[in-house]
Every structure is written in C-alpha cells, then in structure tokens.
Design a protein around this ligand. Structure first.
Ligand code: SAM
Length: 289
C-alpha cells in the first residue's frame, strides 16, 4: 500500500504507517501500525481492522480505536460481568451495539444465560471482527444462544416491554447513530424493556474528558432507577485511559453482590476488582453533581 492508497485516518511517516485518532480539537493520538488488515466502508461508518505495534489487532471506526487485543478485554469484562453478577439469575440478555462481539463473548461465559439478543446497527462491523479478530469476538458467532439482530438499538427498544434481565449498552462515542444511545428517551425505553429486578449497564465515557456525558448519563439513570452505581477501569487505548461505566438496577445493589458468582476465566476482573471499582475519586464524585 502506498501513501496515496492510505485511508483518511492513516499517514505515512518515515516509512511507517500511523493510525491518527483525532480525538478532539486539542488532542490527536497516533499509533504505529504493522499493517492494515482490512478497510471497508459501510452505510454507517469507515471500518478498519488494523494490526498495531504494542496493542495488537484492533477495530477502528471512523478513525476511533474501539477495541484492541491488548486491552479490549478490560472494557468487555467490566461492562458485562458486573451487571451479570449483580442480577440474581440473568437468563435473557440484550446487548445494544458491541459489534466487535467482545461483550457478547463475556456474557456467554454464564451458563444461566439462555438468550442474547445482540442488536448492532452495522452488520459489517460484526462480520469484520468475527473474520479478522477472533481474539476479541471469541465464540459469539458459533453460540446458538446469540440472536444477531442488525438494527438500530434506539428503535429496537421502543416497543418492547419486560423481556430482559440484563441490558448492556456497548455503544461507540456519541457521534452519528450512537448519539441517541445517550438520550433520556432511549434510557426510559431501556428501563421498560427490563423484567422485574433487571439491571442495565452502559459505558459513560471518560470521567476526565467527557464529564458532561458522565453527568448527564448518571443524572438520567438516577431519576429512573432506585440504585445507580458508576464505576471505573483503566483502558489504555481510550483517550485519557480512565473510563467510566454506569450500572442501574431495579432491585439488587452491586455493592452487596455475591462476587463468588464471577466466572474465573477472565483476564482482568476478579472479586477484588469487583469490590474496588465502585470507589470513586473526589474528581469523579464532583463531576456527578
Ligand atoms: N467497546 C468499544 C468502545 O466503547 O469503544 C466498542 C464499542 S462497539 C464497537 C460500538 C458499536 O455500536 C459499533 O459497532 C456501532 O456500529 C454500534 N452502534 C452505534 N450506534 C448504534 C445504534 N443506534 N444501534 C445499535 N448499534 C449501534
């Protein structure tokens, strides 16, 4: 591939290919790439699968790194195991977004789970990740409990009532089709989709750079649910490293969860992490106000 053939999110520098993530006006992150494995444009976004130095293979959507082999499991385990263990007996799970299939792969570790409705707007993201990054997608495509639904998650939750024990919103940044995944109306519909005692969790962006989104997400969920617990993990490939998640529950408090129910075949989460991830810094608490 020569310089002219490189897509808009890549550049050549001194004989090397660099992926340039234009995170915000004042910050660009550059990753040295070994090779660009595939590049396709869907109706919704530019999808690149790239092998990076240090981070390994990764999914890049519109120039933004979504999930890397080096650290994607941290995010995937944190957004899934915490709500699954908080729930008494999760059987029916809905995932919205999550095209790299990493979150679904974690959910499937729980034998109680009998059905996973996986609602991803962009079929090509799932296809590309299943084909090129099995380290992240795992066994998702081969597990008969997974029901792939290629549709807009915002519309999907509009007319459902009381069908899921756990709902995970694994969205991309609030840009394009993901904007509405951060709206009040969407979260109200998600709540209606939960069964009694249901639990939902979403990624609520960087507590350093996206305080407004974190505050807004927490504020909305706090009005809708009796129990809302934000938590954090460090994911080096996300801008700023520290990332936030927000869990909202109709009955069970994750602070009182039986953490021995955690599946042992994880790389990051364990009982200590489960208990400590809800401890928030003063800065974080301040940004929730
Ligand atoms: N964990 C990673 C992160 O936070 O960067 C990966 C998130 S996953 C790749 C996000 C997925 O959400 C994308 O595949 C995107 O196509 C999907 N998505 C965006 N808007 C959506 C919508 N309205 N309904 C369903 N899926 C949507």
């Amino acid at each position: 591939m020569n310089e002219k053939q490189l897509g808009k999110y890549f550049k050549y520098d001194d004989g090397n290919i660099w992926l340039v993530e234009n995170d915000r006006d004042n910050m660009k992150l550059e990753y040295r790439a070994k090779k660009i494995i595939s590049s396709v444009k869907s109706t919704y976004q530019q999808i690149d699968i790239v092998e990076l130095y240090d981070f390994g293979k990764c999914l890049v959507l519109d120039g933004a790194v979504q999930s890397t082999v080096l650290d994607g499991y941290i995010y995937n385990e944190m957004i899934s195991h915490i709500p699954l263990v908080t729930h008494d007996k999760p059987q029916d799970v809905l995932i919205i977004g999550g095209g790299d299939c990493g979150v679904a792969n974690e959910v499937l570790k729980y034998e109680n789970v009998r059905k996973v409705d996986f609602v991803e707007i962009d079929e090509l993201v799932a296809r590309e990740c299943i084909k090129h990054i099995p380290e992240i997608a795992g066994t998702t495509s081969k597990d008969s409990r997974v029901n792939f639904i290629f549709a807009d998650g915002v519309k999907f939750v509009e007319d459902k009532k009381g069908c899921y024990d756990v709902i995970l919103v694994d969205s991309s940044d609030p840009i394009g089709p993901a904007v509405q995944l951060f709206s009040r109306e969407f979260y109200e519909n998600v709540k209606k989709c939960l069964k009694e005692g249901g639990v939902m969790a979403c990624q609520s962006q960087s507590p350093i750079f996206n305080k407004d989104i974190l505050k807004n997400t927490y504020g909305i969920l706090n009005e809708l649910y009796p129990i809302v617990r934000p938590y954090t993990a460090v994911v080096p490939s996300y801008p700023g490293g520290m990332w936030s998640f927000t869990l909202a529950s109709l009955k069970n408090d994750p602070l009182k969860a039986d953490t021995s129910k955690l599946k042992p075949n994880t790389k990051y989460i364990n009982e200590e992490i489960f208990q400590s991830c809800f401890k928030l810094s003063n800065m974080f608490k301040e940004s929730l106000k």
